[in-house]
Design a protein around this ligand. Structure first.
Ligand SMILES: NC(=O)c1ccc[n+]([C@@H]2O[C@H](COP(=O)([O-])OP(=O)(O)OC[C@H]3O[C@@H](n4cnc5c(N)ncnc54)[C@H](OP(=O)(O)O)[C@@H]3O)[C@@H](O)[C@H]2O)c1
Length: 365
C-alpha cells in the first residue's frame, strides 16, 4: 500500500462530493469517478466549473472528474465507493476489468457489498452510513450534518493492522471497528427509519409530492411504534450472533453525537433530520435501496437464526404491494449473498463474535 495521500472516489453524488471536499481540505488528492450513464451531478459541477458548498462546509472546490475507471484505479490504491448499494453492481462490472490485489475498497455504505463483490481485491471495508448528511441541487452541495462516529468492518479478518490505520486516517471522525460486515450492515439504521416513514406516509408523499418534513411531520408516535417492533427483530439478530447491538435511536445518537430519548424526540429535534423534505414519490432509495439491500437480508437472516421476523417481513411485503417490485427476489437475499446453504451454526461462526479477529503480520497488503 503506498503512503501517498490519494483517494479515488467512485460515485459522484452528494455523499461522494462531500467526502471529496472534506478529504481535499485536509491535503488528500482526490479523483472523482462518475459512471458514464450516471452523470447527473457531475455534469452540473463540470458546467459550473466548481463545487459550491454550503451548510457545514462553505466555499468553492475544484476536482478532477473522470468517467474512465482505468484512471480511477491508476490514481490511487484506495477506492471509496459512494454509489447507492443498488449501483454497486454497475461499478463492479467496471472494477472487475482491473487487477486490484494492491487496492483497498471502502464501500460507503456497504450493505454487504463484500459478499456480492466477486472481485480480486486486496481488501474490502464497509461502513454503515455516509460520513456526511448532504443533498445536491444543480451542482451545489448542502452539508446538513457530519457524523461523529461511523461503524466499519473489513471482510477479511486477517489484515495487517497498518491498513486499519490508513483507513482511519481518511475519515474525519472516529471509527467504530465492528467484528464483521454483518454487524455493520445491522448498524445501518436507515433500514429502520426510511421504509416505514415512507410507507406509513405514502398517501401524503403522493398527495403533496413530498412537500412536508419527512421526520418532524412524518415520524409520529404510531410510526415510531412500528419502528420499535422492527428494531426489536434487528436487536434479536444481534444477540444470536453475539453482538450487543444498541437500538436504532441509540446508534443514531452515537453517530451524530446526540442524546435523544426516542424516535419522535429525534424526529422533532435533530437538526440534520427535522428539516428534511420528503421525497416526491415512493420511487426513492428510502425504499428502493433500504428494502431490498437491508430489510430482505435482515428478514432472511432472522428466520435462519430462528427469530420471529414477522415485523420486518410485513414492511417488505407492504413495500412490494405498494410498488409492485418483488424485493425478496431482487434484493440481497441469502442466495445472492451466497449464504443460502449455510446452517445457523455456520452463519454464527462466520459472522458472529470471535475472540481473536486481527492476526498481525498478515502477508496481505
Ligand atoms: N446523502 C446523504 O446524506 C446520505 C446519508 C447516509 C447515507 N447515504 C448513502 O450514501 C450513498 C450515496 O448517497 P448519495 O446521496 O451520494 O446518492 P446518489 O446521489 O443517489 O448516488 C450517488 C452517485 O451514484 C450514482 N449512481 C446511482 N445509481 C447508480 C448505478 N446504478 N450505477 C452507477 N452509478 C450510480 C448517482 O448517479 P445518478 O444520480 O446520475 O444516477 C450518483 O452520481 C447511498 O447509499 C445513500 O443511501 C447518503
Amino acid at each position: 500500500m503506498d503512503m501517498q495521500p490519494t483517494v479515488s472516489i467512485v460515485g459522484a453524488g452528494p455523499a461522494g462530493f462531500a467526502l471529496a471536499a472534506g478529504l481535499q481540505s485536509h491535503g488528500t488528492s482526490v479523483l472523482l469517478y462518475s459512471h458514464p450513464t450516471h452523470l447527473r451531478h457531475a455534469n452540473h459541477v463540470k458546467r459550473n466549473g466548481h463545487l459550491k458548498a454550503s451548510g457545514l462546509m462553505q466555499g468553492f472546490t475544484h476536482f478532477p472528474i473522470t468517467t474512465d475507471m482505468a484512471e480511477a484505479v491508476a490514481f490511487s490504491q484506495i477506492l471509496i465507493l459512494t454509489v447507492p448499494s443498488t449501483g454497486q453492481e454497475t461499478v463492479l462490472q467496471e472494477l472487475r476489468k482491473f487487477p486490484l490485489q494492491q487496492h483497498a475498497i471502502i464501500a460507503i455504505p456497504g450493505n454487504l457489498f463484500s459478499l456480492i463483490a466477486n472481485v480480486d481485491v486486496g481488501c474490502i471495508f464497509e461502513t454503515n452510513l455516509s460520513p456526511y448528511s448532504c443533498r445536491m441541487e444543480e451542482g451545489g452541495l448542502t452539508v446538513l450534518g457530519k457524523k461523529e462516529l461511523v461503524f466499519i468492518a473489513a471482510l477479511q479478518r486477517d489484515l495487517n493492522p497498518t491498513i486499519h490505520e490508513t483507513v482511519a486516517s481518511l475519515f474525519p471522525m472516529q471509527l467504530k471497528w465492528c467484528s464483521s460486515v454483518v454487524e455493520v450492515c445491522l448498524s445501518n439504521v436507515n433500514g429502520i427509519f426510511h421504509p416505514l416513514m415512507m410507507l406509513m406516509n405514502a398517501g401524503r408523499v403522493e398527495n403533496t409530492l413530498g412537500d412536508f418534513f419527512l421526520y418532524s411531520e412524518g415520524l409520529t408516535p404510531s410510526v415510531a411504534n412500528a419502528m420499535v417492533a422492527v428494531d426489536h427483530v434487528r436487536i434479536k439478530i444481534g444477540e444470536a450472533l453475539g453482538f450487543r447491538l444498541r437500538s436504532a435511536v441509540e446508534i443514531s445518537n452515537e453517530c451524530y453525537g446526540q442524546g435523544f430519548g426516542g424516535f419522535v424526540d429525534l424526529a422533532q429535534n435533530s437538526p440534520p433530520h427535522n428539516k428534511l423534505k420528503a421525497p416526491s414519490s415512493l420511487e426513492n432509495r428510502n425504499i428502493s435501496e433500504d428494502v431490498p439491500d437491508l430489510l430482505v437480508f435482515w428478514c432472511q437472516l432472522a428466520e435462519k437464526l430462528g427469530i420471529d421476523a414477522s415485523p420486518i417481513r410485513a414492511v417488505i411485503t407492504l413495500a412490494e404491494m405498494a410498488t409492485g417490485v418483488d424485493y425478496f427476489e431482487t434484493g440481497r437475499n441469502m442466495r445472492r449473498l451466497h449464504l443460502e446453504h449455510l446452517s445457523r451454526a455456520e452463519l454464527i461462526e462466520r459472522f458472529g463474535i470471535i475472540q481473536e479477529r486481527m492476526v498481525i503480520n498478515s502477508s496481505r497488503l
